[in-house]
Design a protein around this ligand. Structure first.
Ligand SMILES: Cc1cc2nc3c(=O)[nH]c(=O)nc-3n(C[C@H](O)[C@H](O)[C@H](O)COP(=O)(O)OP(=O)(O)OC[C@H]3O[C@@H](n4cnc5c(N)ncnc54)[C@H](O)[C@@H]3O)c2cc1C
Length: 361
């Protein structure tokens, strides 16, 4: 097993770094850092998306004819870790990491040819209508109902926690088309326009007063039958296919390591202000523990890549990544909160262009 990059991979890494130096402006990095919500602000993410699309690097893993790059697994790893280390904004996943890969895997040629370029250009901005007030973990209990009328479906019901529904022009939904058998067997997967009289979006604010989530209410909303993915009543397998992409996460460790660098700078700043060596010692011990975790995740990623290069399948390690990275990110967020204490209050004011002069980072 060889974990070192080859000469070509090092040249590729330089090319990525050049691109980031050129295109990733301090404004974009700053705006990404100021994000307090789960997702990057739409205008920030879309500005970065457009730059990547122009370079042809937006959707590396997609087939070449739909915008992919033909990169090896290692090149993809290099690209994503360089972006994380440089502080690039996270892209919004609903189009690029959910419905896009689903269309490529399960969509008709017409659906792919129509929707894929619109996802890449940002013309279509998607949200995900899965959860309902009575159907979260037990998703198959969903009751939002669709009835077929000719070449359309008429939809009534409600979806909840719909991230960015207030910003999206398209929604992909799981709807109930049959109630007679096993609950997984009467579900259909539809795509529809948000901009229609039958759809109402009600905001749900988080504790931090961010507006990311919504409740979406359908009253005789309409979807075209040609915008169904898979067959009627077979949406459950379509939904599970999509979730595989949602859960595959990304290659772990790099973002965590750059978050930990931020915590170190914060500790230094606070301890030098207050001459508090006890503060420094306590928190650096915790930072070191988390750095060891992040590095082992990064090495596991490299091991997976190395085995892929040798023709093996990824194995159980890749499934563990999602849980490990999520747990680590939670620990890092908790530590940031502990370290920053009441100094965190000024950071409430988020948004593109705001707080640019903050000297904490
Ligand atoms: C950041 C974020 C963004 C989201 N965006 C979207 C979106 O865009 N679109 C969308 O459709 N949904 C979205 N969701 C919703 C998400 O998919 C649901 O929150 C999730 O499916 C859980 O459902 P719930 O919140 O109703 O919790 P519940 O299902 O009510 O679960 C509450 C708790 O009970 C536990 N629990 C549930 N059932 C069992 C059981 N049988 N045995 C033991 N314990 C159990 C769960 O583990 C959990 O701890 C988002 C959620 C988050 C956090």
């Amino acid at each position: 097993m060889n974990l070192n990059f080859s000469q070509e991979e090092i040249t590729f890494q330089e090319e990525v770094r050049d691109f980031l130096r050129r295109e990733l402006t301090p404004d974009l990095v700053n705006a990404a850092k100021q994000t307090s919500a789960v997702f990057t602000e739409k205008e920030v993410a879309m500005e970065w998306q457009k730059k990547l699309a122009k370079q042809g690097w937006l959707v590396p893993s997609w087939p070449k004819e739909y915008g992919g790059t033909d990169w090896t697994e290692t090149e993809r790893y290099i690209f994503s870790s360089e972006c994380a280390q440089a502080g690039a904004p996270n892209l919004i996943p609903m189009g690029l990491a959910m419905i896009g890969p689903l269309l490529l895997g399960r969509g008709t040629k017409e659906q792919k040819d129509y929707y894929i370029p619109r996802i890449i250009s940002g013309e279509d901005y998607w949200c995900q209508g899965y959860s309902e007030p009575g159907a979260g973990s037990d998703l198959a209990s969903l009751q939002c109902k669709a009835v077929r009328r000719g070449d359309k479906y008429v939809i009534n019901g409600t979806k909840i926690w719909t991230t960015h529904a207030h910003l999206a022009n398209k929604i992909f939904c799981l709807v109930r088309t049959d109630n007679s058998g096993k609950k997984q067997e009467g579900i259909t997967f539809l795509m529809l326009d948000m901009d229609q009289p039958g759809i109402k979006v009600e905001p749900i604010l988080t504790m931090a007063k961010d507006h990311d989530f919504n409740q979406v209410i359908f009253t005789d909303a309409v979807a075209k039958v040609s915008d169904r993915i898979g067959k009627e009543n077979e949406g459950w397998s379509v939904a599970k296919y999509l979730l595989e992409f949602e859960r595959s996460g990304g290659i772990g460790g790099s973002k965590s390591l750059s978050d930990l660098e931020f915590i170190k700078r914060l500790i230094n700043k606070i301890s030098s202000t207050h001459q508090n060596r006890f503060f420094t010692k306590t928190y650096f011990r915790k930072v070191s523990e988390l750095e060891i975790k992040a590095q082992s995740i990064q090495y596991t990623s490299l091991r997976i890549l190395s085995s892929l290069k040798e023709g093996d399948s990824p194995g159980p390690e890749s499934s563990m990544m999602k849980t490990l990275v999520t747990d680590l990110e939670q620990e890092i967020s908790e530590l940031t909160l502990d370290v920053i204490g009441y100094y965190g209050i000024p950071f409430q004011d988020t948004g593109y262009g705001s707080n640019k002069d903050s000297n904490w980072r």
